[in-house]
Ligand binder design. Structure first.
Ligand SMILES: *Cc1c(COP(=O)(O)O)cnc(C)c1O
Length: 396
């Protein structure tokens, strides 16, 4: 009955848009940065002193929008003053969460140049997320060109100084006004920018984790590898409950053997002496349940380049973790993601027991272990252009 209802409605939509009626004319215009249509804001926003910036609360003067329709493909990109857009209340993003997003940053270096960090990785990942959400594919370089133009235009909103940056939020949504659970016939790519301060204004503040073996973030055959909104809504209550218990983040476990997967919205790294007696940096493998973090990839690359210890992508369990803690083989643990770069972990609550995670076995006052600190220093040095690296892309 339902399926009949949906398919007749689907025919109605196809007739209205004419897309299905004229498949031969189906066109797939690609994103064309040379067609960028820019309308500048009349007034410039005033921002509070940079020390008072809260993550993701204030946005710059302009935004980028690129519409797509199935009959035309990508329309001309538009940069216009930041503000709401109109959307039909039936748009399937509002009903079925047909959307995905990215998180990346722009930095001002000491010479006043604007830099992005590995933006090609964000574009590649967004294409994967879109593909999985059945949202239209796009030319990642072309979208990135438009984003760069937006960032150049709002360069004056990037706060200066170490730890300060511009958070970029590219987003893809279905604007298709149709309640059938089906592929979008219209959608929008857009990007907004938010000036942000350091994640740790007073230096590292090690986090405590609640290892949750009741709720799952992702599962085999699911979409844990995409940055789609549907992966985050169900985690919020779990995070709030962990916070009520006094823990800063959820440690997401998976499987009957409680494998460690991710920490909140960060990838997790564990540095220990493994059961064979080797020093090893381990993180969960990209098996489809793990978000392929740019920071994760960066850390794996750096650590393999250092060549000082084993670097392994494999599943590992809470049983291995608690055993390592009891045998004093655990060296340090940290979360990794664009927002914080790295986040030292000092405690894991699991099955009612609080396990202390060492920060620095040699220094009781440390707020981060030596490896966590080194990863931070290295990545931040590249992001702010102090250490020249191909990962840091000068755009202005
Ligand atoms: C965004 C995100 C990360 C970190 O990815 P980065 O590209 O390093 O910022 C890790 N895990 C989840 C679940 C995420 O959403």
């Amino acid at each position: 009955m339902l399926s009949t209802l949906f398919s007749s409605a689907a025919r109605g939509v196809a007739k209205r848009t004419g897309a299905a009626a004229k498949p031969a004319l189906f066109s797939t215009a690609s994103i064309d940065p040379s067609k960028l249509d820019i309308t500048k804001a009349q007034t410039r926003k005033l921002f509070p002193p940079k020390e008072e910036l809260q993550f993701g609360q204030l946005f710059t003067d302009h935004m980028l929008e690129i519409d797509w329709t199935s009959d035309h493909g990508w329309h001309a990109p538009v940069i216009r003053p930041y503000g709401p857009f109109q959307m039909d209340p039936a748009a399937s993003v509002l009903h079925y969460g047909l959307e995905c997003f990215e998180g990346m940053k722009g930095y001002l270096d000491s010479e006043g140049r604007t830099r992005l960090f590995r933006p090609d990785m964000n574009m590649a990942r967004m294409k994967v997320s879109c593909e999985r959400m059945n949202l239209p594919d796009f030319d990642g370089d072309a979208f990135l060109e438009c984003i760069k133009e937006l960032v150049r235009l709002d360069k004056g909103c990037i706060p200066e100084g170490d730890g300060f940056s511009l958070y970029l939020r590219p987003t893809a949504i279905s604007t298709h006004p149709y309640l059938g659970v089906t592929g979008a016939q219209s959608s929008k790519l857009y990007c907004i920018l938010s000036p942000v301060g350091p994640y740790y204004p007073e230096g590292f503040k090690p986090v405590t984790l609640y290892a949750d073996n009741q709720n799952r973030r992702a599962w085999p055959g699911g979409v844990g590898f995409t940055k789609c909104g549907g992966n985050y809504a169900p985690t919020i209550k779990v995070q709030m409950d962990a916070a009520k218990k006094g823990y800063s983040q959820v440690l997401w476990l998976f499987g009957d053997d409680d494998q460690l997967t991710e920490v909140g919205t960060m990838n997790m790294f564990t540095f220990w002496v493994n059961e064979d007696g080797d020093k090893e940096l381990v993180t969960a493998p990209l098996d489809g349940t793990i978000l392929p973090g740019v920071t994760r990839d960066t850390i794996l690359n750096l650590a393999r380049g250092w060549g000082e210890f084993k670097v392994t992508e494999r599943s590992y369990t809470m049983a291995e973790m608690t055993k390592a803690i009891e045998e004093k083989r655990l060296i340090e643990c940290f979360g990794a993601g664009t927002a914080a770069v790295v986040s030292p972990i000092r405690l894991i609550s699991y099955h009612g027991t609080e396990y202390e995670v060492p920060l620095d076995p040699k220094n009781p006052d440390a707020v981060a272990g030596p490896l966590t600190q080194r990863v931070w220093d290295t990545i931040v040095g590249i992001q702010y252009g102090r250490d020249e690296h191909e990962w840091s892309v000068v755009i202005d």
